[in-house]
Design a protein around this ligand. Structure first.
Ligand code: TRP
Length: 448
């Protein structure tokens, strides 16, 4: 077997994994879910979910991935002790790979909109009104074109491999993302109305904690940490044996939750600044507008009302969104590409081209049947499949995999792990608590 590529450093891995985790889910999903779910009450439940449920599941993926040094299918098959379980491993792995590709196919559409709005902030600076209007109109051609452009960017990075593609671009883009975000927050905070938004964001309304909120928080935590579909598993498979997985996993979880929290400091106050500028921020039922209209109507209206500065702010904001989307989309595409390069004779370039083409076709299909397919695919993949797959991965780590080899796998890079709190708690956690919690939440949502 040809030697397998690796991340060149631990920092490189953290940047890549955090790049995967930090995406539209953090900057858009988290703040808006918070706004429509009782403010800080959601933040609270979300943090509990992220550290108590998503972090252990993330660890399961990282440990399996680094031990197997393979894609999700080969890895799950590899840790199974007998034939029926090997079959089950293959099935779960394929399901995960399919879900990763489907997530990419709707994510690429949304990311394409971000690119279109980014370009519009430039055409508006030049006063090209006709072009700008086209970029902002929800047309099939525009949607196809920018989704395709975004897919090409994603494919370009993935075709370059781990260190020269994923790691290099994540390490460049993540610091930039943070700088843009902090600058935007500083600017928004100086505007009238920001404080009102800050209150909505940070004062909990504990009466709002109900089963649906808990399910939403769990789904958000799984989506935000890119769990269940083998993304983190395959990133883990490119980690050296010297790295301590529990520490790196904790770092990634912290960065992800931290950036989601910081994004809330930007988006929610910005919504209330928009209100101050005369924008309508509530929908017909009195709820805060949270869906696409928030990003593509409310905030652009705000930027417009700011005059010349607004163009710059819009440019910064949509750059931020595009970067966040790109470092995430590459991690989704890596899942099927790793499978194809490891299980077929295809080279990385060939696999990227073929799979990228298939995902493009799938996205096009969604765009052609937007009203029926878009929401459906999102719910199917993120609300149901991801927690379900997370559950299965916990079962594989906790029940299927032999405990001794599991211990050996974490001992690499963390020799005294047996004496740590992590080893005392985590194995039982993924074995019993995580599956039960995930299952309960899922069943409740299906029956409520
Ligand atoms: N976590 C990213 C976000 O918050 C999205 C993402 C990347 C993802 N890879 C994933 C989601 C795999 C689910 C599965 O936007």
């Amino acid at each position: 077997m040809a030697s397998r590529e690796q991340f060149s450093s631990r920092l490189g891995f953290v940047m890549a994994a955090a790049g995967s985790a930090v995406g539209l889910g953090n900057i858009w999903g988290f703040p808006t879910q918070t706004a429509s779910n009782g403010g800080a009450a959601f933040v609270l439940v979300y943090f509990i979910m992220a550290f108590c449920l998503a972090y252990p599941a993330l660890m399961a993926e990282l440990i399996i991935g680094r031990h197997a040094r393979a894609n999700i299918v080969t890895a799950l098959r590899g840790i199974a002790p007998n034939k029926p379980l090997r079959l089950a491993g293959t099935a779960v792995g394929l399901y995960g790979t399919l879900v990763a590709s489907l997530i990419l196919s709707f994510y690429g559409i949304v990311a394409g909109w971000m690119l279109a709005y980014l370009l519009e902030s430039i055409t508006a600076m030049f006063g090209w009104t006709g072009f700008s209007e086209w970029l902002l109109s929800f047309g099939l051609t525009r949607n196809l074109l920018f989704m395709g452009l975004f897919m090409l960017l994603t494919m370009g990075i993935i075709a370059s491999g781990i260190a020269a593609g994923i790691e290099r671009w994540s390490t460049r883009l993540m610091p930039l993302l943070l700088v843009i975000m902090v600058s935007l927050i500083v600017y928004v905070m100086t505007q009238k109305g920001a404080l009102e938004g800050l209150k909505v964001y940070l004062l909990p309304d504990l009466e709002q904690i109900h089963p649906q909120l808990i399910l939403d928080a769990m789904g958000q935590a799984f989506f935000s940490l890119s769990l269940g579909v083998g993304t983190m598993l395959v990133y883990g498979s490119y980690l050296s044996n010297e790295a301590s997985l529990p520490r790196l996993g904790a770092a990634v979880t912290l960065v992800d939750a931290g950036i989601a929290f910081i994004a809330g400091l930007l988006i929610i106050p910005a919504i209330y600044v928009a209100k101050e500028h005369g924008a309508n921020i509530f929908d017909a039922s009195g709820e805060l507008i949270a869906g696409p209209d928030l990003i593509f109507q409310v905030l652009p209206a705000l930027f417009d009302s700011m005059g010349q500065v607004g163009l710059l702010v819009a440019f910064a904001f949509f750059t931020l969104m595009s970067i966040a989307a790109l470092t995430s989309s590459i991690s989704m595409l890596e899942v099927p590409v790793a499978l194809a390069t490891e299980e077929t004779p295809a080279s990385r370039r060939q696999a990227t081209l073929v799979i990228g083409g298939l995902v493009f076709a799938c996205s096009s299909l969604i765009l052609l049947n937007f009203d029926t397919l878009f929401g459906f695919i999102i719910t199917l993949t993120t609300v149901y499949s991801q927690p379900l797959l997370g559950l299965m991965l916990c079962v594989f780590a906790g029940w299927v995999w032999h405990r001794n080899s599991l211990l050996q796998a974490i001992q690499a890079g963390h020799p005294n792990i047996e004496n740590t709190l992590f080893w005392k708690i985590w194995p039982h956690y993924v074995k019993y608590l995580c599956p039960v919690l995930i299952l309960t939440t899922l069943v409740r949502s299906l029956t409520s």
